[in-house]
Design a protein around this ligand. Structure first.
Ligand code: NAD
Ligand code: UDP
Ligand code: UDP
Length: 335
C-alpha cells in the first residue's frame, strides 16, 4: 500500500524577502568528476542554492574552487554513511567511488556507501519531502547477455565477485529507491549512467579514457587490457549532466539509461587516442581484471522519448576537450 503524506511546510523564512532561492539542492558526491560539473550547471541558475556533501575520498575541493565562498553555495565534509540533517528540496545522490581501482580499494566501505549511504539520503528525502535522484550505473547489467542494454533487462551479475561491492551495491540502492517510493510515496528518479568521460577525471584513477589520454601525453604505451575486443560506449560529461537535470525535472521515475550509444572496442579507443593525441605512442596489450564486461552499449530510446534527451558530443569531439584539461594539469604543452 502506498502511503502518501503532504510535504512538510518549509520554514516561513523560505518565502520571505530575505530568502531569494526557489530551490535548495543537495549534491552528494558533488566534489567528484560528474558531481562538480553538475554543480557548475545548477549554479548557473540564480534560483538555485547548492549544497555539496562529500568525504573527498575520490573527489576534491579543487573541483569546486570557483564556487567556494559564493553566497548560494555550501560545501560540507560529510560521509553519507552517517545521517545528515539538513533542509533541501532536491537531492542528487552521486556519492560513491566510480572507478574500479577506487571501489575495490575498500569494498566493504563501497557497499556501506551504496546501501547505508542511499538509505540515509532516502531518510533525509522522506523527512523533508525532497525529490531524490540516484546515479545508478550500467554495471547493474553486469556482463550483459542482452545487447544493447534496455532498462527492462535484469542483468547478469556475479554476486560474489570483486566488482560486486559496486554493481550489487547499486542494485540494492535501486531497490531501496523503489521501496521508499512504493512504501512512503517518495518522489524518486533513477539514472543508469554508462561510461562517462571529460575534464576533471582523476588522472590516475585507472579508468580507460583517463589512462589512455595520460599515457599518450606522457609518451607511455597505451595499455589495452586483453582481449581488446571488449566494448564500451562513452558519453561526454556535459551531455550526461544535461540528461541528469532533465530526468530530475521530468515526470518519469526511471530507471532511464543515460549514455552515448557510440560503441567502441578498447583497441579502437586506443587507436583513436593515438591518432588524435600522440601518433608516436605504442599500444600494448596487458592482463585484464576479473569479471570485465565484454560489451556495453545503451539503448536510449526511453531517454529520447521521455526526456527528449540524446548526447550531442561524439568521442572524436570530446577527447580533445579532455586532452586540453589533462595537458594543463600534467603541465605538458602542445608541441
Ligand atoms: P567520482 O569518484 O569522481 O565521484 C564520486 C564522489 O563521491 C567523490 O567526490 C567522492 O569523494 C564522493 N564519495 C565517495 N564515497 C563517499 C561517501 N561515503 N560519502 C560522501 N562522499 C563520498 O565518480 P564520478 O565518475 O563523478 O561518479 C559519480 C556517480 O556516478 C557515482 O555514483 C557513480 O557510481 C555514478 N556513475 C559514474 C559513471 C562514470 O562513468 N563516471 C558511470 C556509471 C555511474
Ligand atoms: N536520516 C538522515 N537524515 C534525515 C532523516 C533520516 O540521515 O533527515 C537517516 C536516518 O538516520 C536513518 C535513515 O536515514 O538511518 C533512514 O531513515 P528512515 O526515517 O526512513 O528510517 P528509520 O529512521 O525509521 O530507520
Ligand atoms: N581498460 C583498458 N586499459 C586500461 C584501463 C581499462 O583496456 O588502462 C579496459 C577495461 O578492461 C574495460 C574497459 O577498458 O574493458 C573500461 O574500463 P573502465 O575501468 O574505464 O570502466 P568500466 O569497466 O567500469 O566500464
Amino acid at each position: 500500500k502506498t502511503v502518501t503524506k503532504p510535504p512538510p511546510t518549509p520554514s516561513p523564512l523560505r518565502n520571505s524577502k530575505f530568502f531569494q532561492s526557489n530551490m535548495r539542492i543537495l549534491v552528494s558526491g558533488g566534489a567528484g568528476f560528474i558531481g562538480s560539473h553538475l554543480v557548475d550547471k545548477l549554479m548557473e541558475n540564480e534560483k538555485n542554492e547548492v549544497i555539496v556533501a562529500d568525504n573527498y575520498f575520490t573527489g576534491s575541493k579543487d573541483n569546486l574552487r570557483k564556487w567556494i565562498g559564493h553566497p548560494r553555495f555550501e560545501l560540507i565534509r560529510h560521509d553519507v554513511t552517517e545521517p545528515l540533517l539538513i533542509e533541501v528540496d532536491q537531492i542528487y545522490h552521486l556519492a560513491c567511488p566510480a572507478s574500479p581501482i577506487f571501489y575495490k580499494y575498500n569494498p566493504v566501505k563501497t557497499i556501506k556507501t551504496n546501501v547505508i549511504g542511499t538509505l540515509n539520503m532516502l531518510g533525509l528525502a522522506k523527512r523533508v519531502g525532497a525529490r531524490i535522484l540516484l546515479t545508478s550505473t550500467s554495471e547493474v547489467y553486469g556482463d550483459p547477455l542482452e545487447h544493447p542494454q534496455t532498462e527492462t533487462y535484469w542483468g547478469n551479475v556475479n554476486p560474489i565477485g570483486v566488482r560486486s561491492c559496486y554493481d550489487e551495491g547499486k542494485r540494492v540502492a535501486e531497490t531501496l529507491m523503489y521501496d521508499y517510493h512504493r512504501q512512503h510515496g517518495l518522489e524518486i528518479r533513477i539514472a543508469r549512467i554508462f561510461n562517462t568521460y571529460g575534464p576533471r577525471m582523476n588522472i590516475d584513477d585507472g579508468r580507460v579514457v583517463s589512462n589512455f589520454i595520460a599515457q599518450a601525453l606522457r609518451g607511455e604505451p597505451l595499455t589495452v587490457q586483453a582481449p581488446g575486443t571488449q566494448t564500451r560506449s562513452f558519453c561526454y560529461v556535459s551531455d550526461m549532466v544535461d540528461g541528469l537535470i532533465r530526468l530530475m525535472e521530468g515526470n518519469h521515475i526511471g530507471p532511464i539509461n543515460l549514455g552515448n550509444p557510440g560503441e567502441f572496442t578498447m583497441m579502437e579507443l586506443a587507436e583513436t587516442v593515438k591518432e588524435l593525441i600522440n601518433p608516436d605512442v605504442k599500444i600494448t596489450t596487458v592482463e585484464n581484471t576479473p569479471d570485465d564486461p565484454r560489451q556495453r552499449k545503451p539503448n536510449i530510446t526511453r531517454a529520447k522519448e521521455l526526456l527528449g534527451w540524446e548526447p550531442k558530443i561524439k568521442l572524436r569531439g570530446g577527447l580533445p576537450l579532455m586532452e586540453e584539461d589533462f595537458r594543463q594539469r600534467l603541465g605538458i604543452q602542445k608541441k
